[in-house]
Design a protein around this ligand. Structure first.
Ligand code: GLY
Length: 378
C-alpha cells in the first residue's frame, strides 16, 4: 500500500480501520471533531450479540457472526499494540421470560438458533433463578445463547486510539472537515487547519455520515441518528455476570460493578438529552424484571446516536468517486462489526477481496459504482 489514507471519524469503526490499515503498512491519518472513541462508540453497551439482536437480514447476520468470531483475535492484536485490556467476555447472553407468550417467543428463537447450529441452554425457572438469583421471582424461564457477550466499549475506544498511535497513525482534532474531490476522484480533505492530500478517504462519521460536506449527492449515505438513552447503576461486582435481556430493557455488567441499563430507540434528530420519560421507561422495565436492583444508586445517564439506515444495513465500500469509501450506518451493531468492517475496508483498499461487501454497497440505492477492485487500490 503506497498512498496516504484519511479516515474521517475516530469512533470504533474509524479507529479499527486505521489500526488495520496501519498494520498493513499504510500511512493513515484520522480526523474527528471530538475525542477519539466517543459518540456512539462510547455511549453503547458493548454487546457482541448478532443472535440476541435477532438480526433477520441474512447478509448482516453473516457479517455479525463473522465479526463475533474475529473478536478475540482482534482484541488480542489491539491489546498487544496498546498494552491495555478492554475486558472482553464471551460467556453468553441471558434472556428472561415472565409469561407464557415470552417463553414461546424464546423457544422460537431457540429453534432458529438450533437450525443455525448455535449452542444455547433453555432454562427452566429454577435453573434460571439459581444461576441469576437477582432476577425477580416472577420469572418463568429463559434462554442463554452461548458464545455471545460484551466488551467494555469505552475501554476499547481508548485502547484502539493508543494502538493506532503505536502503529504510527496520526489522530487529529479538526473543528471542521470537508472532503475535496474532482469529478472523478478524491483529492483529500480540508479542515480548519488546512488541506491534507490523500489517495483514499473513508467516511466513518457514524450518525453524522450524511452531514460530511464535499462529496456529490451520489456519495452521501442515507444515514440518520437513532437516539439511545442509557443509565448505569452501582451494583455489587459480579452480581450480574452476563448481559441479560428483560422485556423492554437489557442489562450489561462492567468489571467495576457498574450495571448498564439500556436502551431507548428514538428518532429525535441529533438531540442527546436524557429525558424523564427515557429514564422512567428504562428503570420501569428493568425493575419489573429484577426488583432486587431497586436499591442501587443511579450513577450515570447518557444518550448516544446510532447511525441508522433505511434498510438496517450499513453502507460499506466504494462510492462513484474513486478513492472515497463509506464505512458507516452500523446502527445497533457498530461495536460488534468494527473488526469485520476494518478487515473488509482494508482488503478493498489493497485491491483484493471485497465481495462480502456487495450487500452493503451504495448500489442497492441504484447508485452506479465503479469496479471496486480496479479503482480503490492505494
Ligand atoms: N446494541 C444495542 C443497542 O443499540 O441498543
Amino acid at each position: 500500500m503506497d498512498g496516504d489514507v484519511v479516515v474521517v471519524g475516530a469512533g470504533l469503526i474509524g479507529l479499527a480501520i486505521a489500526f488495520e490499515l496501519a498494520g498493513r503498512g499504510a500511512a493513515v491519518r484520522v480526523f474527528d471533531r471530538g475525542e477519539p472513541g466517543r459518540a456512539a462508540s462510547w455511549a453503547g453497551a458493548g454487546m457482541l450479540a448478532p443472535y440476541t439482536e435477532d438480526v433477520a437480514d441474512e447478509a448482516l447476520l453473516a457479517m455479525g457472526v463473522s465479526a463475533l468470531g474475529q473478536y478475540p483475535a482482534f482484541v488480542e492484536r489491539v491489546r498487544s499494540a496498546s498494552g491495555l485490556d478492554p475486558h472482553l467476555h464471551l460467556d453468553g447472553i441471558v434472556h428472561a421470560a415472565y409469561d407464557g407468550a415470552q417463553l414461546e417467543s424464546l423457544k422460537r428463537l431457540a429453534r432458529r438458533l438450533r437450525e443455525r447450529g448455535v449452542t444455547f441452554d433453555l432454562l427452566d425457572r429454577s435453573s434460571l433463578v439459581s444461576s441469576e438469583p437477582w432476577l425477580g421471582t416472577d420469572v418463568v424461564g429463559g434462554l442463554c445463547i452461548h458464545g455471545e457477550g460484551y466488551v467494555d466499549n469505552r475501554r476499547l475506544g481508548r485502547m484502539l486510539a493508543a494502538a493506532c498511535i503505536a502503529r504510527g497513525v496520526t489522530i487529529a482534532h479538526a473543528s471542521s472537515v470537508a472532503i475535496e474531490c474532482d469529478e472523478r476522484r478524491v483529492l483529500g480533505i480540508r479542515t480548519n487547519v488546512g488541506f491534507t492530500a490523500a489517495q483514499a478517504v473513508v467516511n466513518a462519521c457514524g450518525a453524522w455520515a450524511a452531514q460530511l460536506v464535499g462529496p456529490p449527492p451520489s456519495c452521501v449515505p442515507p444515514v440518520e441518528p437513532i437516539k439511545g438513552q442509557m443509565l448505569a447503576l452501582s451494583a455489587p461486582v459480579s452480581l450480574v455476570r452476563r448481559p441479560t435481556w428483560l422485556p423492554g430493557a437489557y442489562l450489561v455488567p462492567r468489571d467495576d460493578g457498574r450495571l448498564l441499563v439500556g436502551a431507548t430507540v428514538e428518532r429525535a434528530g441529533f438531540d442527546v438529552s436524557v429525558t424523564a420519560e427515557g429514564v422512567h421507561g428504562l428503570l420501569h422495565n428493568a425493575l419489573a424484571g429484577a426488583p432486587s436492583l431497586a436499591g442501587f444508586a443511579v450513577t450515570e445517564s447518557w444518550a448516544g446516536l446510532r447511525p441508522g439506515t433505511p434498510d438496517g444495513r450499513p453502507f460499506l465500500g466504494v462510492t462513484p468517486i474513486d478513492g472515497l469509501l463509506l464505512a458507516t450506518g452500523h446502527h445497533r451493531n457498530g461495536i460488534l462489526l468494527a473488526p469485520a468492517t476494518a478487515r473488509s475496508i482494508a482488503d478493498l483498499l489493497e485491491g483484493k477481496g471485497g465481495d462480502e461487501l456487495e450487500p452493503f454497497g451504495l448500489a442497492r440505492l441504484g447508485t452506479k459504482l465503479p469496479d471496486s477492485r480496479r479503482t480503490t487500490a492505494v
